[in-house]
Design a protein around this ligand. Sequence first.
Ligand code: FAD
Ligand code: SF4
Ligand code: SF4
Length: 475
Amino acid sequence: MADDLLKFVSIDQKTPPKREADTRRLDFDEIYAEFDPGAAKEQASRCSQCGVPFCHIHCPLGNNIPDWLKLTAEGRLQDAYEMASATNNMPEICGRICPQDRLCEGNCVIEKDFNSVTIGSVEKYIADTAWQQGWIKPIEPAVERLETIGIIGAGPAGLAAAEQLRTAGFQVHIYDRYDRAGGLLVYGIPGFKLEKEVVGRRTGRLEQSGITFHMDFEVGREENLADLREKHDALLIATGVYRPRSLKVPGVGLGNIREALDYLVASNRKGFGDKVPEFDSGTLDARGKNIVVIGGGDTAMDCVRTAVRQGARSVKCLYRRDRENMPGSAQEVKNAEEEGVEFVWLAGPEAFVGDKDVSGVRAYRMRLGAGDSTGRQAPEPVPDSAFQLDCDLAIMALGFEPEDLPALFGAPELRVSRWGTVTVDHQSLMTNLDGVFAAGDIVRGASLVVWAIRDGRDAASSMIKFLNQQARNAA
Ligand code: FAD
Ligand code: SF4
Ligand code: SF4
């Protein structure tokens, strides 16, 4: 082992090459290149194979990180992929978009004074290589089961569950109101973080594996929950959270004040070459405009960086706390700044101004006051500190809440929390309706892709147990 590993002492941390800001501002391609094989091997060899690997403990999927790093360092990439994919349905996607600084890499305890192992980039490299080499094949279940399962939502939670259930031999049907599978992976997250072909090859494989996709199928419009319960032996609700949080300030009803997701969906659709009337007419296109994005999370970061690529005249991000207290990834803020985004820290909107359409955002300075029960300092306005920013398009990125699912699904009996998330039994992830399970953002609230995958996998395990019990009862 010593020959291939523990090289953090002699080899520095290196991430894959990042494209220069001047060129990456011009397109929606991913900003990081792939490791070359030598660099991947070298970086994997920095791992010290900790007895208690904190990287693994802090990965929501419990990935066997030291094991696949070791296999990579030894050049055994196919074995590394087998191991990585045993716990993760989309390693190349997590390798690209997990906030590693808060998860695996942030907890890599290599040694004081040494930078962490670049776990995410190695994971991406292993899985991209597996795709290139043709090691990833459609699923061929060992047995075919007669039971059918309906999954509502083709985001990461639904897709991960579908893969697990199909592998166990069940007949899986996915229903989604969008025309393409992937959920926020295709229509929320922009291509410069996650190119769409990367998602497409995963969903394509599931289709080739015998999973049936019913696209443009909105549950609650085409059919309601009861109809699907009739059709299937078990159901999974994995619909994500889509209701934007609103802001109540004067002028919020003016034209050209838009929700983040409308803006990002339009941009992603253009990337696919779709006709998008609101973009084609210029309404949702940032070209030549002064853009103000309100919010400090990952969605806000995706909006500002999209606006840069669309050729905005200026892009400003207004956030009420400071850099240290923003929820978005620090790396994404750095990427945005490199690309020309201006952050206006400690500032909150007081009003939108304009006649018919917005022409400016009046804001005031904020300061951080006393901490709340969680210790987080609450921002409060500084008196007489108002200032104004020019604005032709304001984008609201204030987070998302669940829609009213019981009403939407025609299922008032479906139990939800006071925040609207679906209530599940924490062991089984079953809702209060027999045989109806739930997973992903619709259960935990807006979260991360890696947690959605974890939930999808957990729900699938419970559904398999449930269906096996049903089969035993019927025998
Ligand atoms: P979703 O991905 O939202 O998928 C739900 C699916 O259900 C959708 O396809 C939707 O069309 C479908 N659906 C909803 N209602 C119905 C209905 N009634 N009938 C049929 N279908 C329905 N996470 C990260 O880890 N890293 C990131 O960099 C990151 N960036 C993000 C950027 C943005 C702009 C946003 C909004 C989120 C980001 N996230 C990121 C969070 C991440 O995308 C979500 O946590 C994750 O996608 C949740 O997965 P899900 O399967 O629960 O739901
Ligand atoms: Fe890290 Fe995410 Fe991969 Fe886990 S899934 S090892 S948290 S990048
Ligand atoms: Fe390797 Fe870091 Fe994980 Fe330790 S914490 S096993 S050094 S990746």
